[in-house]
Design a protein around this ligand. Structure first.
Ligand code: SAH
Length: 216
């Protein structure tokens, strides 16, 4: 193993401790953070900062989310292996890799073409099987619906109705789908979870505030 790999391994383990100390206690989420090579999803010039618990620029005024935020949102999705998950805002591809590492079937949409292509390449290189699409994700991905989880990784002014419609309806043996989305204006957003509880009913919960790049 190269020296740099050993250093990254050690830093990755330390990052897991940091995220745990901030209150995330979902074992599968922490294991995924401990397994995904975040340095491969950041600009090579910033690799040295890959395991700081911070968002980093990925170009085009976009960012790879802070690892704590990734862990927080993933925990709220309340997933089980094999669940079908849609991500809006592929960005670097890191969040998609975390979901894949946890054994989910992952679909991800990115509106920025260069970011979409870059993420698609790195995910394939690392053997993460994510179905990616270039386009506007606010309408969801109806051809692949329903989803057990939908995660929006950009700040929305309101909850897109089309995403709620693409959440799985609960039925025998299958739980209702969960949408995790930061909602608010540009300055800050409240993390919200919308759960499909019946064919025409949802529950809504509000969690902590965050600051995301805007959903366009
Ligand atoms: N999940 C990413 C974080 C990406 S930042 C990661 O792990 O790195 C948010 C991303 O959402 C940006 O790349 C931005 O281009 C994208 N985005 C914003 N509005 C969008 C929309 N309507 N549809 C799809 N992607 C969108």
């Amino acid at each position: 193993m190269a020296l740099s790999d050993r250093i990254y391994l050690r830093r990755r383990a330390a990052l897991v401790d940091v995220i745990r100390s901030k209150g995330v206690c979902h074992d599968a989420v922490l294991a995924a953070v401990g397994a995904v090579a975040r340095e491969r999803f950041v600009d090579p010039a910033l690799r040295n900062q890959a395991y700081e618990d911070a968002a980093l620029p990925i170009g085009f005024k976009q960012t790879i989310s802070q690892p704590f935020t990734v862990a927080y949102q993933t925990t709220l999705l309340n997933l089980f292996p094999g669940d079908k998950v849609l991500e809006i805002g592929t960005g670097s591809g890191y969040q998609a890799a975390i979901l894949c590492e946890m054994g989910m079937r992952v679909f991800s949409v990115e509106r920025h073409r260069v970011l979409h292509l870059r993420a698609r390449n790195i995910l394939a290189e690392l053997d993460y099987r994510v179905v990616t699409r270039h386009g506007d994700g606010t309408g969801g991905w109806s051809a692949c619906a329903p989803f057990d989880g939908i995660i929006v990784t950009a700040g929305a002014l309101e909850v897109p109705e089309s995403l709620v419609r693409q959440l799985r309806v609960p039925e025998e043996g299958k739980r209702g789908g969960r949408l995790v989305i930061p909602v608010g204006d540009r300055s800050k957003q409240v993390m919200m979870r919308i759960v499909r509880t019946a064919p025409d009913a949802v529950s809504q919960e509000r969690f902590d505030t965050f600051r995301f790049v805007p959903l366009i």
